[in-house]
Write a protein that binds this ligand. Sequence first.
Ligand code: PFF
Length: 441
Amino acid sequence: MAASREKFGRMGVILALAGSAIGLGNIWRFPYMVGEYGGAAFIIVYLAFAFLISLPAFLAESLIGRKAGKSTYDALESLAPGTKWKWLGLLAVLGAFIITSYYSVVGGWSLDFLARSVVRGFDSANPESAAAVFDRMTASTIEPLLAHALFLGFSCMIIVLGVKKGIDRFSKVCIPLLFVLIVAMMLFSLSLPGSKDGLDYLLKPDFSKLTPRGIACALGQSFFSMSIGMGVVLTYSSYMKKQQKILSTSVLTLIFDIFFAVISGFVVMPAVFSAGLRPEAGPSLVFESIPYIFAQMGAASPLLGRVMAIGFFLTILIAAITSEISMIESCVSMLMERLHWGRKKATWVIFCAALLLGCWCSLRSNVFSFCDFVSSNVFMMLGALAFTVFAGWKMERSALKAEFTNNGRLKLSSALFGGFYFLLKYLVPPAILVIFFTNLL
Ligand code: PFF
């Protein structure tokens, strides 16, 4: 069966992994956390974690996936037959399913706001009016549910098309487009009057704000942003060709992801400060403040304001879809392999289940928060721990090295393997445990 497994192209897999990494986490979560936990001080810790902990964890998951050439559950079963590791794989995929459901609710909001920007734009009268639009939208029953269903349905359609014709092709078009859009938005945002305060907020190091909680959040955010611990990296890597350089693919994904997060900060915060608003937690920030800013612009130049609003919500929407499809694929590919279902049937089942859980999240904010909390703080951490311990302690060093270096053919990877292996074995698992307990307490 492995021979008939679809494969990504060389660029396709990098863009698909980057597409999974770049998402709502970069646009709304990262800028807010930076401001909250000490600006540049947080960014320094974030970067250190990204390279020392997230990168080895990402590589571990990727190596398992490519070596096994199977989806999460079967990959662990085939590399460690008859053991309980596969159940941890199942847990990771369950986490991906939970995120799929509530993520698509937020994806629906961006679809809704994109439609609003196209149809009538936003009221420039005061900041509260943009917030009121958001509150009214989320408080109404039908509108967010419909948007959630449309967003999920569209993502599932890409999955039905398959790895090469669906995910690979969609990522190749959308990721370059995302970069053009976000850089254009940043240039605009930095040109707003008063944007300097936003830059200060992001870049002034304030080590007093860097609490243990902030440090734990930096790693949690880095894992979430790199889609680690959910079987997503594993599944995408199982479609990777054997001659692909796994180290450079992972480093490129990480660099794209960091670049996008930092640029998003330069889009959101200068605009927020320029409008005299205060940054606040959660997904509502970009929906409550950004429309107002564009509306204000629109007062001077209606066309420009409208175009910028459309550009911004289109960016969020595309970023959300490329992440959403990676989570759906993690679930779908496991169902296909485990239960011998066709792609269409597996996607339908995930669509219906995620639709229901997402509706519940949309209607009850405490369900939404609970899903966010358990998936990011429990499932994701346990998944990441399982994959790194599996690769570092369970797999043979020689087998892991062979996969890392393409059977010794890659000289640079061979030279760097020792460092990677050390981090994977001795730094990453304890770090995950510390963060796991800090988050739970
Ligand atoms: N990395 C995505 C983001 O930053 O928005 C979110 C995500 C995707 C989390 C896939 C987990 C996952 F498995």
